[in-house]
Ligand binder design. Structure first.
Ligand SMILES: [Zn+2]
Length: 431
């Protein structure tokens, strides 16, 4: 049984030097090594999934958490009939993240970023003096963290580009412990990251850490755990659209863990990840067989980010090159990187709505479009055991039946704001 966890069911292993580390709940790297690396959680028990009413914590055997938070939903995996029939597939499994109560999918923010938010926040020790968590985001992640931290009284500073504030909709006002900081209009996600780094230079603020946070990766890995539990085995093909690729790295780590567990058979899971062209830095680097990301100018990146529907996939500096990053995960799994443009993705989104009956996000539509192309190209057999990770969906369904409004920024900083001003003015928001 998953049951209540106190954090004693796991240790962290440093992938740099192999050292076992005791977790503090916010540790992101090995104290002895300076080259880029991951910490990976090592769990003491087999995976036994709990009941669906436990939300994401039904997988807490394999989450680095020390408490259970209120209000979480878990990924839901089911075998597709209508879409599978339309595509001539006999073994298509859909892992749905979002709002679709009829299927038991209860992520109100409509995105699998809730998986990481409920995992990351449940890893942080419950203490009034642990400081304020800082999360930089383009939209989905911010929405998920605002919700989790509001409902569970966790101090949070979320940092977003001012131009993306409309992506931060919610039903209720954020709680008083949650503050929204914006990088001024005209700035982008990377400016927001730079601003969050300034904030973390002050005492009392600590960074969430992105892909480096093992709780983020294992939270996202619950999509594959959900699929393996539903299918009784590890899927052969894993389809997901990627921006940073953290979800795909997490999926790969989960598949390796499942094989070691022994109850789910061999791991032959190929990562089939996709990007929304023309924003395709991961695709181009992979096709050039380059561990280093190909160069991409800031202005060129901003221009391409404007062109794509799936804005959350426009990450310029994904964790691709480092050991255990996306390049290694793709190599180890024998995977590939595919592309879909806006028109192909929109068509796929319409097909999903028509066959399965719910709206899906632009990035999930990219993943489905890439699956359709892989079938046509015979890169994936129509009887292959395929997991399609629908990373977001049901937001239209949710917003049609709930009153939502956009959040406002508590503070806006220009790109040249001095770090000490950012820290002082932001800290004053809680006093
Ligand atoms: Zn080390």
């Amino acid at each position: 049984m998953s049951g209540i966890k106190d954090g004693s069911h796991y240790t962290l292993k440093a992938m740099c030097c192999g050292k076992e580390l005791e977790d503090t709940g916010v540790l992101l790297s090995c104290p002895d090594c300076s080259e880029p690396h991951f910490l990976r959680a090592s769990y003491s028990s087999h995976l036994v999934a709990g009941n669906s009413d436990e939300g994401i914590y039904r997988f807490s055997d394999w989450l680095p958490v020390r408490r259970v938070l209120k209000g979480s939903g878990a990924p839901v995996t089911y075998r597709s009939r209508a879409l599978a029939a339309k595509l001539g597939m006999s073994n298509l499994w859909i892992t749905f993240n979002g709002w679709w109560p009829e299927k038991g999918a209860l992520m109100r923010t409509g995105s699998f970023k809730e998986c990481e938010a409920y995992s990351v926040c449940a890893r942080i020790p419950e203490a009034p003096d642990s400081g304020t968590l800082v999360v930089a985001s383009a939209g989905n992640t911010a929405r998920a963290f605002i919700r989790v931290c509001s409902e569970n009284s966790i101090p949070l500073a979320v940092v977003v580009p001012e131009d993306n504030l409309n992506a931060l909709w919610s039903e209720e006002e954020p709680a008083g412990c949650v503050k929204i900081i914006a990088s001024a209009s005209g700035s982008d996600y990377f400016d927001a990251i730079a601003l969050s780094n300034k904030l973390c230079s002050g005492s009392g603020f600590y960074p969430e850490g992105g892909a480096k946070n093992p709780a983020r990766r294992d939270g996202m890995g619950t999509t594959v755990l959900s699929a393996a539990v539903a299918m009784g085995e590890i899927p052969e093909y894993y389809f997901q659209a990627v921006g940073s690729g953290t979800g795909a790295i997490a999926a790969w780590e989960a598949s390796v863990r499942l094989e070691k567990d022994g109850s789910f058979g061999p791991n032959n899971m190929k990562l089939m990840v996709s990007q929304n062209s023309p924003f395709q830095i991961i695709h181009d680097s992979w096709k050039a067989d380059s561990r280093d990301l190909l160069p991409l100018g800031d202005d060129e990146a901003r221009e391409m980010a404007h062109k794509i529907d799936a804005k959350v996939l426009s990450n310029r500096k994904p964790p691709y090159s480092l050991p255990g990053g996306l390049f290694d995960a793709l190599k180890a799994s024998g995977g590939d990187v595919l592309l879909a443009d806006n028109a192909e993705a929109r068509e796929a989104g319409r097909l999903f709505l028509e066959t399965e009956g719910v709206d899906i996000s632009p990035e999930a539509s990219v993943a489905l479009a890439s699956l359709i192309m892989a079938l046509d190209d015979k890169a994936v057999p129509r009887d292959g055991k395929v997991m399609l990770n629908i990373t977001g969906g049901g937001t239209e369904l949710y917003r049609a039946s709930h009153k939502t409004k956009a959040c406002r920024a508590d503070l806006v900083f220009s790109n040249d704001a001095a770090p000490e001003d950012v820290v002082r003015e932001t800290a004053a928001l809680w006093s």
